[in-house]
Ligand binder design. Structure first.
Ligand code: CA
Length: 219
């Protein structure tokens, strides 16, 4: 986990650097806005800790440039400027979290970890349901660790049911999730796909709700 620390105060910077290293992070420390800007252009970081009052390039400008460039690395703003106006300004400029000085090092580390979890959650996001493991990003399904291949329509039905656990999905609702505008809906297709899903993933996963449709129960 590589972190960019942007802080011009030696004492504060030393403390944060030591704390982060001890917590297992790799730390690059930039002492002014220009150096930070160069580091961000050349290295990819998992997290940026950003002081706002910086020599050469102000922290807020750095943050705006970063977001304008389309980089979504999590940014935790550290600053003595504790007013609501500054805090709101920082968050609106694209900061993910804000910590006013003086702060407790253990709180700083905890917030770093929370930001990283959130960021990783967006990219990995594996859904686990009983012995099922579904990866929406890679579009893969495993049953008890064994990869199972689904057709795109089986996949769409499974995702719809997993996203609405405990809420029965009507046939027409499932059809909506399968077919785009102007696509012809095959009759009985839902039943056929559900039957195939049961064969591939286990008979108990999808329950028929009489006169309504299908449901994957809440775990
Ligand atoms: Ca400063």
């Amino acid at each position: 986990m590589r972190v960019l620390l942007v802080e011009d105060d030696d004492l504060i910077g030393c403390g944060i650097e030591a704390g982060l290293r001890q917590a297992g992070f790799t730390v690059d420390w930039a002492r002014d806005g220009h150096k930070a800007s160069l580091a961000l252009d050349t290295t990819s970081y998992e997290l940026v800790l950003l002081d706002l009052g910086l020599p050469r390039v102000p922290g807020m400008d750095l943050l705006k440039r970063l977001r304008d460039a389309g980089k979504d690395v999590p940014v935790l703003v550290l600053t003595a400027r504790g007013t609501v106006v500054d805090r709101v300004g920082g968050l609106e400029a694209g900061a993910d979290d804000y910590l006013g000085k003086p702060f407790d090092l253990t709180e700083l580390i905890a917030r770093c970890r929370a930001l990283l979890r959130r960021a990783q959650g967006r990219s990995v996001e594996v859904i686990r349901y009983q012995d099922l493991s579904v990866n929406p990003v890679a579009q893969t399904v495993e049953v008890a660790g064994t990869r199972v291949s689904l057709t795109s329509r089986e996949w769409a039905i499974l995702m719809q049911l997993l996203a609405n656990q405990g809420i029965p999905q009507s046939r027409s609702r499932l059809e909506e999730s399968l077919y785009g505008w102007q696509e012809e809906i095959e009759s009985n297709a839902i039943e056929v796909h559900v039957s195939n899903l049961r064969k591939k993933l286990g008979a108990k996963l999808i329950r028929t709700v009489r006169n309504i449709g299908y449901v994957v129960e809440k775990e």
